[in-house]
Design a protein around this ligand. Structure first.
Ligand SMILES: [Zn+2]
Length: 139
């Protein structure tokens, strides 16, 4: 009898892009240095965003916050502080791999909060957000 676990289905979208670095096995520990860097980036993002989700303004704790790449990694966005914000899990998932202007055009409320709370984010990203929100409001 074939084991069901031997036939894993892979979502079509997962095949479209190549992973940037080898995936860790599930449950495998992250290298300590990388973990420390990520932790301090997250702490800095939380502080800069006033401990709120920059998209829906929900207050966040260190445990509930996620680190969001405003310009998605899937589109070449990097780990620089000007591209990182604190967001809740729901908004992070809602945004997914959308470009910030696409996301704000679709959800202008997220753009309004972003302009208010993403204080340390790169200036060009804020400018883009402003443009997308006014486009969405004009439509
Ligand atoms: Zn949120």
């Amino acid at each position: 009898m074939p084991r069901p676990s031997s036939r894993r289905t892979i979502p079509r979208t997962a095949l479209a892009r190549l992973p940037r670095r080898p995936r860790r096995r599930f449950g495998a520990a992250e290298p300590p240095a990388e973990l420390a860097v990520k932790r301090s980036l997250k702490a800095a993002a939380l502080r800069d965003c006033g401990r709120r989700c920059v998209y829906c303004a929900t207050p966040l704790e260190r445990e509930t916050a996620t680190l969001d790449h405003v310009y998605p990694r899937a589109h070449g966005g990097t780990d620089v502080p000007g591209n990182l914000v604190a967001s809740c899990v729901r908004c992070n998932r809602l945004k997914g791999d959308l470009l910030p202007q696409e996301f704000f055009l679709r959800f202008p409320w997220a753009g309004l909060n972003f302009m208010r709370y993403a204080r340390a984010v790169h200036r060009a990203l804020k400018r883009n957000a402003r443009r997308a929100v006014s486009l969405a409001c004009a439509a």
